[in-house]
Design a binder for this molecule. Sequence first.
Ligand code: NAD
Ligand code: MG
Length: 395
Amino acid sequence: MNRPQQITVLGATGSIGLSTLDVIARHPDRYQAFALTGYSRLAELLALCIKHRPQVAVVPDERAASQLQADLRAAGLNTEVLVGEEGLCQVSSAPEVDSVMAAIVGAAGLRPTLAAVNAGKKILLANKEALVMTGDLFMQAVRRSGSVLLPIDSEHNAIFQCLPRDFSRGLGNVGVRRILLTASGGPFRETPLAELEHVTPDQACAHPNWSMGRKISVDSASMMNKGLELIEACWLFDARPEQVEVVIHPQSVIHSLVDYVDGSVLAQLGNPDMRTPIANALAWPERIDSGVAPLDLFAVARLDFQRPDEQRFPCLRLAREAAMAGNSAPAMLNAANEVAVAAFLDGRIRYPQIARIIEDVLNSEPVVAVDELEAVFAADSKARMLAEQWLSRNG
Ligand code: NAD
Ligand code: MG
């Protein structure tokens, strides 16, 4: 029998990380966790190490490392503990590793994900921010290293499943007219606009259909998540922004669709549970049990669709504009959004100010070319600094 595939789970303590480990544990003959990484909630990381027995764990600093090392020893494990971004890059590119689940949230996941790409690993990409920031450079690195890139975002995984195998020949050449990206519309789809001034972080994080980390939950409420996904789709499927249409579908049962020139529209459906796209990408091109219950269409009963309202969701417009502008614009959009969302979650700003910060940051800087990684990091830092200045002026 073949040895189980060795999987590094970046962001193992997060929502995607935990779902990934759930699927891995269902198939011990096929998969084995090689490395688990965590940034906070280190007691949970310890419990995950005891359960999944990885070779390596990665924590943010030396203090956390000595604590975890001592706890692991006490539990009878000799897991190696590595530290910081260097440790993350090491477990992403280690020769023993077959696949890397990139599930760190935000720009912090960029370097480790790129390390996995450059080492030619199979990449299960949840960390959409990494691709949004670096777009072309990321895709060039994938082509150069020959690494297999599989989308975990449920929409992109759905599109991937609805496209023909040879879609990289170009969407036009495989008969695709457009991609329809579905969105639930989040918790504020019908909230009166005037009330949005007063919504709280907990309300923003109470997603009607999905249980996720707090940053992506706020992004879903503002629909910045869909904006980032639009940019993500353009890079993954070599589409132009105008070939991607966003459709609000409140039930979150259709995860996205592909519209072909002959009038066929293919969709992927399923219960809203990230274990489906995770299992799909882990086993691709095979299929394995994910633990997700079968879809009960009689219980779903109906599927609704609406056009998104950009007055309600200005972040969607800002992301589309950044997608059209390209170059440094997506990295700046992402960085300003990360600062604004963190400030909202900390109670420093009101919800509508998230979009205002991003728009002001984008308007105050010209778009510049980003033909190397350093230029992406410069755009990211510049946008963070401008967003912080906005906060000190208005906070
Ligand atoms: P989460 O907040 O639940 O987990 C984030 C993980 O990243 C945790 O393990 C945390 O310890 C780690 N982390 C945070 N900051 C870090 C840092 N500075 N350095 C190293 N590690 C750090 O988030 P999530 O919901 O699991 O989302 C993870 C990624 O997957 C995001 O990019 C998100 O957009 C994407 N995604 C999530 C879902 C979902 O359903 N949760 C769906 C689609 C895409
Ligand atoms: Mg998604």
